[in-house]
Design a binder for this molecule. Structure first.
Ligand SMILES: Nc1ncnc2c1ncn2[C@@H]1O[C@H](COP(=O)(O)OP(=O)(O)O)[C@@H](O)[C@H]1O
Ligand SMILES: [Mg+2]
Length: 249
């Protein structure tokens, strides 16, 4: 038996003293795509943020392991360096910082380098932008400035490709995502997995459309801070048809 990439056991977490995660067990292996679904307020984003070490949440019990090693007390940037990825969802633009500059910093941090040459960054970016069929001019845009929903998603996928995580967590909660943006995410994940098939993916979403393109190996249903059911892709289709009523008290 191989060690899973991510192994969560008995995880409880609070925000401002309120318990939100009430005992999560979850295991994600190499090459696997997992989907986490659940109604609004179930704790999906809390789980994603807690896994990545957001200081907004306090782990009160349980363990988060990455490649067999407990990262439960590690800071977010140390977890990122160790290979966990959560797209940086900056709500606003960062004035004067280009996509390239931002990525260069993130790549340096991930690889523990002080200086990654701009040329090196441009070469790697160019290669991936090509694979992801992105317009080269995108590299010079200012981060998130006037980005459409689709451009934000492209930027997220490009980050994922270049940072070479072992585990990627995508929280696709944005209710404004249109069909094109969902397709960008699904195609982008598929392209990255083609080149790095060992990547493990946990995607948080309520979009059946995204899941029908991504074809997750496992679907988990989170209700009120607890995973109440785990199944295959058919579970996502059942939820699409029937909602979450059968798990509600
Ligand atoms: N930082 C926080 N402080 C207080 N309550 C929070 C915080 N983050 C989330 N919550 C609460 O935790 C619950 C779960 O939120 P969230 O994880 O965003 O759910 P989901 O992503 O499934 O819609 C909600 O009731 C929300 O109000
Ligand atoms: Mg959410």
């Amino acid at each position: 038996m191989t060690t899973p990439l991510l192994e969560v056991t008995g995880l409880h977490a609070t925000a401002d003293g309120t318990e939100i995660l009430k005992g999560i067990d979850l295991s994600v292996g190499e090459r696997e795509v997992h989907a986490l679904m659940g109604p609004n307020g179930a704790g999906k984003s809390t789980l994603a943020s807690t896994l990545l070490g957001s200081p907004a949440y306090e782990v009160t019990a349980g363990t988060i392991r990455l490649n067999g090693e407990s990262v439960t007390t590690w800071s977010a940037d140390v977890r990122a360096k160790a290979g966990m990825f959560l797209a940086f969802q900056h709500p606003e633009s960062i004035p004067g910082v280009s996509v390239t500059q931002f990525l260069r910093q993130a790549m340096q941090a991930r690889r523990d380098l002080d200086e990654l040459s701009v040329l090196e960054v441009r070469l790697e970016m160019g290669e991936w932008m090509d694979r992801l069929r992105m317009d080269p001019s995108f590299a010079e845009r200012h981060l998130n400035e006037g980005f459409s929903g689709g451009e934000r998603k492209r930027n997220e996928i490009l980050q994922m490709a270049l940072l070479e995580p072992t585990l990627a967590i995508l929280d696709e909660t944005d209710s404004g995502l249109d069909v094109d943006a969902l397709k960008i995410v699904a195609d982008g994940v598929a392209t990255v997995r083609e080149h790095r098939p060992e990547l493990g993916v946990l995607v948080v979403t309520h979009y059946q459309r995204l899941l029908s393109e991504l074809q997750p190996d496992f679907v988990h249903v989170l209700i009120d801070g607890v995973i109440v059911e785990t199944g295959g892709a058919e579970l996502a289709r059942e939820i699409e048809a029937q909602g979450y009523d059968r798990w509600r008290p």
